[in-house]
Design a protein around this ligand. Structure first.
Ligand code: CMP
Length: 139
């Protein structure tokens, strides 16, 4: 089925001017960018977005990293968009990521891993709503 998923191009990638190369990977996989904006998160926003990880030992580091530079938040649409995006991103840890994936090619470490993507339809809906109004989604 046609789905929408939420994507973040993270600070390590925007800082190294990789936005276009990452977007090209999405588009080559058949994902369509139906919303996109470049923003810089506040600490409160990062902590809220990653709230589910608040008890993890890396939470502080994760939030500080996510506010360190601008990010690009996007909504991607396509057939099985959630799984397809996860495939294009590759494993969370770049050491485990398959050849040709975004994280294999660009990520620096498990934390500075260039992209975030929703893991399920419910989180996709929540994450899209966190950053975008309905008017900003243009299929
Ligand atoms: P993301 O998909 O954005 O969701 C949670 C993030 O936590 C994950 O990607 C990783 O970048 C980050 N993360 C997971 N494990 C670690 C770790 N051990 N150290 C730092 N960051 C981590």
């Amino acid at each position: 089925a046609i789905q929408r998923t939420f994507s973040i191009i993270k600070p390590d990638a925007t800082k190294r001017n990789l936005t276009g190369q990452i977007v090209a990977k999405f588009e080559e996989a058949g994902l369509r960018i139906v919303a996109s904006k470049r923003i810089q998160l506040t600490l409160a926003q990062a902590q809220q977005f990653y709230g589910v990880h608040s008890e993890r030992p890396f939470f502080g580091e994760l939030c500080e990293f996510m506010i360190s530079e601008p990010i690009v938040v996007q909504v991607l649409e396509g057939e099985d968009a959630i799984a397809k995006n996860r495939e294009v991103m590759g494993a969370t840890n770049p050491e485990d990521a398959a050849p040709g994936t975004i994280r294999k090619e660009f990520a620096l470490s498990i934390g500075e891993n260039s992209v975030h993507g929703s893991d399920a339809p419910e989180t996709a809906a929540e994450e899209i709503a966190f950053f975008f109004s309905g008017l900003e989604l243009v299929g």
